[in-house]
Design a protein around this ligand. Sequence first.
Ligand SMILES: CC(C)(COP(=O)(O)OP(=O)(O)OC[C@H]1O[C@@H](n2cnc3c(N)ncnc32)[C@H](O)[C@@H]1OP(=O)(O)O)[C@@H](O)C(=O)NCCC(=O)NCCS
Length: 207
Amino acid sequence: MNVGDSPFEGADITVSEITVSDLGHADIENILNYWFGSSSLELRAMIGFDPNKMPSRRLMREALALKTGQGSVAPTILTIRVRGVSVGVHELTHIEPRVSAIMHAHIWNTEHRGRGIGAVSYVRAMERFFEAHGFQRLIFDTPSTNLAANKVKQLWGISPCGRGTFVIPTMAEPIATTRYQVERAHLAGIVERVERLWKYKPLRKQG
Ligand SMILES: CC(C)(COP(=O)(O)OP(=O)(O)OC[C@H]1O[C@@H](n2cnc3c(N)ncnc32)[C@H](O)[C@@H]1OP(=O)(O)O)[C@@H](O)C(=O)NCCC(=O)NCCS
């Protein structure tokens, strides 16, 4: 199936059809379209992103191309796929080797959001990042007004561990965040909990 095809044709999506895998060259243009395309105003509201502070499209393409060579060793970005079609990424920033990193999520198209993909992909990406990097914890500085991103963490049965602000060079200004932390020792319990939830809650096919 080609990138850009709708992964939602046919029968309802099952949890096992949502996977995370290494960034491929074919995913790069999708990422660039997300950051440089028509969604940039929406991204400003959701995650404080400032299009004027972005590196050029060419520079970003080159930086992403380097990440496609990470193989299975220690990926810092993973593509979210539904039935093999890439729909978004999970990415790490603020990496402290073998200690921690901040994890992010981006499902590129609005029509793919709110269908249960993030609920599955975050957990699969956490498993992979913990395994590959030997982290003690993963941190989520979630914009406090971002309902979906906060709800995903509540599904794990964890409480916020603090509030703060988050800023990186491509943001307009610091945004208020709610911080969640997943300790390595708690991952197995979270996976068990969400897998139990998924058994009883089919994914939504319609947006
Ligand atoms: C945040 C994001 C990754 C979540 O993934 P998603 O696939 O849209 O989320 P899901 O459909 O799995 O929903 C997870 C939970 O949030 C709830 N939810 C989803 N969208 C919601 C919304 N707009 N308002 C309130 N709750 C919402 C769902 O109902 C679900 O809870 P439930 O299982 O109890 O029903 C995705 O929406 C996204 O990429 N958004 C744009 C970028 C972004 O905001 N990134 C996060 C920055 S930290």
